[in-house]
Design a protein around this ligand. Structure first.
Ligand code: AP5
Ligand code: MG
Length: 222
């Protein structure tokens, strides 16, 4: 099952792709997580990406395409993958098409998580993430049992540097200008499936599971 999870910043791509990864046993591939890990490790790539990320801008296409090229070659993607936060420009979508062709693989679906802008800002300003295991929380919608402490591993919860309101607005603008055109791009390719990202995490996951379940049945019979 080869999937893209498309959606604005805060739409729930990370939350839902982690759940899909557990249920379907295929890896979540998040370019945002990969870039943040590189940034934290202060690798040359991380240092290059940092300025763009902190400003709420996209990292140059060739950098993220290089990351994905390497990641898709890893053996754990053989049964499938869930792309979270990639592609984000038409150039990235075209490069992905070329990479998959070379690997003799194809996309099964592009699921677009739809959430209104006011809700996106609320979700992002309240987001907290475990610095140790990466589990996501929200101060209001899914608060930790103890403030600042991860329920799962006891690690400390941090706020992402790009989750300040001014940077959030910038990311949403960049999304509308550079990433939203991918909705029409994948619709033309006959791959797009729209899904409301409103409701509880469980309700949204039930919607996505039914889309992915339908694809897996179609794949098994067709
Ligand atoms: P990236 O890490 O991909 O961030 P993003 O796309 O801005 O999306 P987010 O991770 O902020 O949101 P999400 O949709 O994952 O939401 P989440 O599940 O966390 O990219 C960061 C930066 O890296 C970019 O700005 C760019 O600089 C660079 N980058 C990355 N990929 C790139 C690429 N391909 N090309 C160029 N540059 C790239 O949920 C958000 C919050 O809401 C959480 O607190 C969660 O608990 C809560 N929540 C989730 N679901 C619900 C629900 N149903 N109800 C209530 N709350 C909910
Ligand atoms: Mg994310």
């Amino acid at each position: 099952m080869n999937l893209i999870l498309l959606g604005a910043p805060g739409a729930g791509k990370g939350t839902q792709s982690k759940l899909l990864q557990e249920k379907w046993n295929i890896p979540q591939i998040s370019t945002g997580d990969m870039l943040r890990a590189a940034k934290q490790a202060k690798t040359p790539l991380g240092l290059q990406a940092e300025t763009f990320m902190n400003a709420g801008k996209l990292v140059p296409d060739e950098v993220v395409i290089g990351l994905i090229r390497e990641r898709l070659a890893a053996p754990d993607t053989a049964r499938g993958f869930i792309l979270d936060g990639f592609p984000r420009t038409v150039a990235q979508a075209e490069a992905l098409g070329g990479l998959l062709k070379d690997l003799n693989r194809r996309l099964d679906a592009v699921v677009n998580l739809e959430v209104p802008e006011a809700e996106l800002v609320e979700r992002l300003t309240g987001r907290r993430t475990c610095s140790s295991c990466g589990t996501g929380f929200h101060l209001v919608f899914s608060p930790p049992r103890q403030a600042g402490v991860c329920d799962r591993c006891g690690g400390s919860l941090i706020q992402r540097e790009d989750d300040q309101e001014a940077t959030i607005r910038r990311r949403l603008k960049v999304y509308l200008e550079q990433t939203a055109p991918l909705v029409a791009y994948y619709e033309r390719a006959g791959l797009l499936r729209g899904a409301s990202g409103i409701g509880s995490t469980e309700e949204v996951f039930a919607r996505l599971s039914s889309i992915v379940g339908g694809l897996s049945i179609a794949g098994a019979t067709g």
